[in-house]
Design a protein around this ligand. Sequence first.
Ligand SMILES: Nc1ncnc2c1ncn2[C@@H]1O[C@H](COP(=O)(O)OP(=O)(O)O)[C@@H](O)[C@H]1O
Ligand SMILES: [Mg+2]
Length: 311
Amino acid sequence: MIRTEGLSKTFDGGKKQPAIQAVKGLDLDIQQGEVFGFLGPNGAGKTTTVRMLCALIGPTAGRAWVNSYEVGQQNQQIRASVGILTEQPGMYDRLSAEKNLTIYAKLYGVKDVLGQVEKYLRMLGLWERRKDPAGSFSKGMKQKLAIARAILHEPATLFLDEPTAGLDPEAAKLVRDFIEDLETEGRTIFLCTHNLDEADRLCSKIGIFRQHLIKVDTPSRMKTAIFGRQVEFRLKQTDASLLDFVKRFDFVKQAALEDNRLILGLDDPEESNPLVVKALVQAGLAVQFVSEVRHSLEDVYLSLISDENDR
Ligand SMILES: Nc1ncnc2c1ncn2[C@@H]1O[C@H](COP(=O)(O)OP(=O)(O)O)[C@@H](O)[C@H]1O
Ligand SMILES: [Mg+2]
């Protein structure tokens, strides 16, 4: 679990530079087992937040608890109960995958070093190649190895800071699939990313953040809150009178016609769709497809960030 109250960090700029307020009054409440996506542009303060939550740097104001331990009060316990993948995780390229993991397992004081290393090498699909140098692995495999290294001591909370940044699509997919495998183990995962599709796919809850939290919710509720639910009825042929025709229904919140596609805003599509289809068919129209309009998280993000810019 992760909880913060007014968590803030100001970097002292020294004599010549102005101070930089990287994080301003952050309030978060993330339950155990949740996969939380922390989204924000470059320089938003994501890495600074992660470093505070892992007790690597101290906050300048506010409080935070990670796995029930308080930041600043129980830093030892926090460090032992979190795993962190930093933005540039280095591997010992000349050492084998097995050796890389073994070194860290010992460093973390893992009890069953051999067992844990084997567990993760197998999970990575690297058991057969455990003796090969890490430097010979693909970028995606190296990143997975770095995540495995962060999790060897079975931390209750795992922080992943931009785990797929700079990876090609194939490597990024390898890493995402691996994160999905980790989700099944009931761990809390705090994922910093600006890859919105990734967040949409992996996260049960999303926080959109730039210095402060702009919005926090599930991906689907965020989309509905901003765009409502929309359904597309694709017809064989249409004419402009169709709009007036469907607006007679009081459950139709908005209606638009784009080529042969009638797009309706509906609060309760499960109830309304059959009525709309029936009316369309009775009016002699051929309904070819009915589908819900899917907004991407990118639409939501851009809309929220642009509202922020207007402030
Ligand atoms: N050690 C530091 N000293 C001074 N400024 C810093 C330091 N670390 C980060 N910053 C500044 O804090 C802001 C947030 O940075 P960061 O947390 O790295 O953002 P993000 O990870 O969201 O890209 C930036 O303006 C960055 O320049
Ligand atoms: Mg960062």
